[in-house]
Structure formats: structure tokens, C-alpha cells
Design a protein around this ligand. Structure first.
Ligand SMILES: *Cc1c(COP(=O)(O)O)cnc(C)c1O
Length: 230
């Protein structure tokens, strides 16, 4: 996408987020916009940065680390949102501030052990498979409590919230019904886990329904940067 298009798309998304915050009685800036930059160039990322964008999400470790090195910008906050292979945890622990896609204890343990001691604990969300889709990542809701309790004991990571990628729905009320179940799950577990403050839900196609149900971080790619190449 051309750079003026990125700038105007960001302005548009921000105003949609603000309008939804007002509509659903959310406080101003209670929803953080994460710009998802998988398969997008450093030129496109720089354009978003020049428009004041701070939080960026990436899915592929090698691609992300290369871009992080090229950008050399201390003001950015990098979020890992893709599926995690054991042999990539060291790079994630070193280069990212957040990981949204934890769904196994083994991965959490590796990230905790490999987090460099000079960095603060890695912020993490547990990914929940809310629709029970066999092909999708994420832990089953009934296994969430045990995984979160085990993660709480790990010194190198800090459990901040839940992340979800629901099955695609086009109707607002259907999208909202799924997010509502995630919100309930979140509220049930906040009681046990002290640092919980994050609901990572909502993408380009369902952002407004997610905000209606309490999302605190929306992960937006296509609506800012245009379609990705396959
Ligand atoms: C790609 C991706 C997004 C962004 O999706 P869009 O539909 O392009 O906004 C959000 N979250 C995750 C986990 C993704 O992989």
C-alpha cells in the first residue's frame, strides 16, 4: 500500500476505535491498536511509525527479527502473535516485549528461561481456542486454569491476558457472542491471576464487536496496510 494510504487508514481506524470506546462506555485509550505487519515491508512499517504507531504485531520469527534489526527503533513495542516453534523461543524472548500466542507450558518455560536478565519479564497472553476448532492453535477453555497457574510460577514471563482468533463470522451479533464467552472466561480467571489486564481480540473484520465485549488490544493488519500477498 502507498504511504499516504497507510496514513489515512490509520487515521480512520483510530477514529473507529475512539467511536466504539464512546459507544460502549469504554474509557479513552482503553483499546490499544496493534498494527499487524506480517509480510509488510520496513518502508510500510516506517510510515506507520511516522504516524505515531507504537505497537506492532508479527507472526514469523525470522521475518520479524530481520525487520526489527533494520528498523533499529527503540520507541517501538513488538508483539509476537504467530504460532511458536520450540526452536524459535530464544529469538522471541530476546526481541519481543509481548507474546500473545502461548498455548503450551513447554513454550512458556522456554520463553521464561531464555528471557535475557537485563530485560523486564516478557508480557504474555494465553491463546484460547474458543470455538474448539481442531485445526486452530490455542488451549481449550477447560484447560486454561491449569496452564495459567503453571505460568504464574515462571519468573521470566508475566501473565497479562487472553488472546483469541475466533472462527470467521460476518454478523456483528454472532461475532459479539463469541467474544462475550472469551470475556467471561477472562473475568473468571482474573480473580486468580494478579497481573491480568489484557484481552487481545479483534482483527480487521471483527474489531468493533471485540471492543463492544471489552477488548483492550485489537490486532489490525489488512485494514491498515491492505491485503497481504499469499
Ligand atoms: C494476521 C493476523 C491479524 C491481522 O489480521 P487482519 O485480518 O489482516 O486484520 C491479527 N491477529 C493474528 C494472530 C494474525 O495472524
Amino acid at each position: 500500500m502507498s504511504t499516504p494510504a497507510i496514513s489515512s487508514a490509520l487515521t480512520e481506524i483510530r477514529s473507529q476505535i475512539r467511536a466504539a470506546e464512546i459507544k460502549w462506555h469504554r474509557s479513552e485509550n482503553s483499546v490499544t491498536l496493534l498494527a499487524v505487519t506480517k509480510k509488510k515491508s520496513v518502508i510500510e512499517i516506517r510510515e506507520a511509525m511516522s504516524c505515531g504507531q507504537v505497537d506492532f504485531g508479527e507472526n514469523y520469527v525470522d521475518e520479524a527479527v530481520k525487520k526489527i534489526h533494520q528498523l533499529q527503533d527503540d520507541g517501538c513495542c513488538w508483539h509476537f502473535i504467530g504460532s511458536i516453534q520450540s526452536n524459535k523461543t530464544k529469538l522471541i524472548a530476546k526481541h519481543f516485549s509481548w507474546v500473545h500466542s502461548i498455548d503450551r507450558l513447554k513454550i512458556a518455560q522456554r520463553l521464561s528461561e531464555q528471557r535475557p536478565v537485563d530485560l523486564p519479564p516478557l508480557n504474555c497472553c494465553i491463546q484460547v481456542n474458543i470455538d474448539g476448532e481442531s485445526t486452530k492453535a490455542g488451549i481449550a477453555p477447560d484447560a486454561l486454569l491449569a496452564l495459567g497457574n503453571a505460568i504464574l510460577a515462571l519468573p521470566g514471563i508475566r501473565l497479562r491476558g487472553l488472546m483469541v482468533i475466533p472462527a470467521t463470522q460476518t454478523e456483528f451479533h454472532q461475532q459479539r457472542a463469541v467474544f462475550s464467552r472469551v470475556r467471561t472466561l477472562y473475568e473468571q480467571h482474573c480473580e486468580y491471576w494478579p497481573d491480568m489486564d489484557t484481552l487481545s481480540m479483534g482483527m480487521s473484520g471483527d474489531m468493533l464487536a471485540a471492543i463492544a465485549e471489552g477488548s483492550t488490544m485489537v490486532r489490525i493488519g489488512t485494514a491498515i496496510f491492505g491485503e497481504r500477498e499469499a
